[in-house]
Ligand binder design. Structure first.
Ligand SMILES: Cc1ncc(COP(=O)(O)O)c(C=O)c1O
Length: 393
C-alpha cells in the first residue's frame, strides 16, 4: 500500500499557489515607529495596518505594560479558570462591558479564538448558522467546526439572509456578520438584520473588530452607532489588536451568555490567559480611546481627504466610510505589481488576493490611521496616480 504523503501534497499546493501568483510572503519588520516601519534596510510609510487610532506605540500603553510586568511578571501562568485570571483581566473586562453597554465581557487571547469559542458554545450539530458571504474567515470556520449547517447570503443582502433563515424555519439559528467588513470597509445593515433576527427568533451576533474604537462618538463601535443594544445584538465580539493597538479580543453580552461561555467555550477554557501586563496596557488604550476624540476626528478627516483625492484621480474606490479604503484592481498580478511599485516609492501597502478575497477582486487594502498626517495621504495619492489610476486610452 502506498499512502499519499501529506507533506508532499502540501508542497504541491504551495507550488500551485506560486504558479498562480498567489504565494503569500512573510516580511520581517525590524522596527515600527507610528505609521513608519523599517524593513530590509528601508524605511516605508505603512498604509496597511489596523492601528487605526495610532495607539500601538503610545507611551501610556507602554508604561502600563511595563508597570504591570514589573509588578506581576510576564505570563499569566495558566488558563483563566485554573488561576491565570488576574485583577488586570478583571478590570479590563469590566471596562469593556461598561464601554459597550453590556452586562459582562469575557476576554479571549485572539479574535479568531473568540469566534471559534462562541460558535462552538452556542451551536450544536444541525443548528443553522446564517452568515454574510464576506464575513471574516474565523466566523465561517467557527460555524463549520461547530458542525452547524452554514448558509451564506450575498453581501449585505437582508432579503438573502431572510431566505436562508426561512430555509430551516424550525432550527435554532445564529445570524453572524462583521460590523465593518475587514476587506471592503463597508458597514453591515445592522438595524435591518437585528429586526430580521427578532422576527425570526434567531440570535444575532456582530463581530466589530474594525468598528470598535473607530465608529461612534466615544468609539463604541458599529452596533451602538446603529442604535442597537444588548437585546438587539445579544452577542457582540470585538478585537483588541486593531484600533486599541494591543492584542486579544472579547465577547460582551448578558451575564447568562458570559457565564455560558465560561462553562462551555473551549477556546476560553483550554488555553493560557493573555499576559496580565497586556490586559493592563489594553485598559490604558480603552481609556485613551474613550477620551481622545481628536484621534477619531483626525482619522475621519484623513478618510475624507483620501476619498476626495482618490475620486478626483479616478481611482477604483469602494463605498467605504471607514478607515479601510480598498482600491479594487481585479487580477492578482495587477494588485501585486501595484504593491511592488508603491514599495519602490517608499510605501508599504500589501496586495490582498484570493482566497482572502473572491477571484477577480484582488485589491490594495489601504488603511488610514490617526498616526498619518495630511501630507502622508497626499504623498500616497500622488504615488497612486502613477501606479493605479486608469490610463487614458
Ligand atoms: C472581522 C475580524 N474578526 C476577527 C479577526 C481575528 O482577530 P485576531 O487577529 O485577534 O485573531 C479579524 C482579523 O484579524 C477580523 O478582521
Amino acid at each position: 500500500m502506498t499512502r499519499p504523503s501529506l507533506t508532499e501534497r502540501l508542497a504541491r499546493h504551495s507550488a500551485e499557489r506560486a504558479q498562480a501568483g498567489l504565494l503569500r510572503r512573510l516580511r520581517t519588520i525590524d522596527h515600527a515607529d507610528g505609521a513608519w516601519v523599517h524593513s530590509a534596510g528601508r524605511r516605508l510609510l505603512a498604509f496597511c495596518t489596523n492601528d487605526y487610532l495610532g495607539l500601538a506605540q503610545h507611551p501610556t500603553l507602554v508604561a502600563a505594560l511595563k508597570k504591570a510586568a514589573d509588578e506581576s511578571g510576564v505570563g499569566s501562568g495558566s488558563a483563566h479558570l485554573i488561576g491565570g485570571h488576574r485583577r488586570e483581566h478583571a478590570a479590563l473586562e469590566e471596562a469593556l462591558a461598561e464601554w459597550t453597554g453590556r452586562e459582562r465581557a469575557l476576554l479571549f487571547s485572539t479574535g479568531y479564538m473568540a469566534n471559534l469559542g462562541v460558535m462552538q458554545a452556542l451551536l450544536q450539530r444541525d443548528d443553522l448558522c446564517v452568515q454574510d458571504k464576506l464575513n471574516h474567515a474565523c466566523l465561517l470556520d467557527g460555524a463549520q467546526l461547530a458542525g452547524a449547517t452554514l448558509r451564506r447570503y450575498p453581501h449585505a443582502d437582508v432579503d438573502g439572509a431572510a431566505r436562508q433563515l426561512a430555509s430551516q424555519g424550525d432550527a435554532a439559528a445564529l445570524l453572524a456578520t462583521d460590523g465593518v467588513f475587514s476587506m471592503d470597509g463597508d458597514i453591515a445593515p445592522l438595524g435591518e438584520l437585528a429586526g430580521l433576527c427578532r422576527r425570526e427568533g434567531a440570535t444575532f451576533m456582530v463581530d466589530d473588530a474594525h468598528g470598535l474604537g473607530v465608529l461612534g462618538p466615544q468609539g463604541e463601535g458599529s452596533v451602538t452607532t446603529a442604535g442597537l443594544g444588548q437585546d438587539d445584538v445579544p452577542v457582540l465580539m470585538a478585537t483588541l489588536g486593531k484600533a486599541l493597538g494591543c492584542s486579544g479580543a472579547f465577547v460582551a453580552g448578558s451575564a447568562a451568555l458570559i457565564e455560558g461561555l465560561v462553562q462551555s467555550a473551549r477556546t476560553y477554557i483550554y488555553t493560557t490567559a493573555m499576559p496580565p501586563a497586556l490586559a493592563a496596557a489594553t485598559l490604558a488604550a480603552v481609556k485613551l480611546t474613550l477620551t481622545e476624540d481628536w484621534r477619531r476626528e483626525k482619522l475621519q478627516a484623513l478618510i475624507a481627504r483620501f476619498r476626495h483625492g482618490a475620486s478626483q484621480l479616478g481611482l477604483p474606490l469602494m463605498p467605504s466610510p471607514t478607515a479601510i479604503q480598498p482600491l479594487l484592481l481585479g487580477d492578482a498580478q495587477t494588485a501585486l505589481d501595484a504593491s511592488k511599485a508603491l514599495e519602490q516609492q517608499g510605501f508599504l501597502v500589501t496586495a490582498i488576493r484570493p482566497p482572502t478575497v473572491p477571484q477577480g477582486k484582488s485589491r490594495l487594502r489601504i488603511t488610514l490611521s490617526a498616526a498619518h498626517e495630511e501630507a502622508d495621504v497626499d504623498r500616497l495619492l500622488e504615488a497612486l496616480s502613477r501606479v493605479a489610476a486608469p490610463r487614458p486610452v
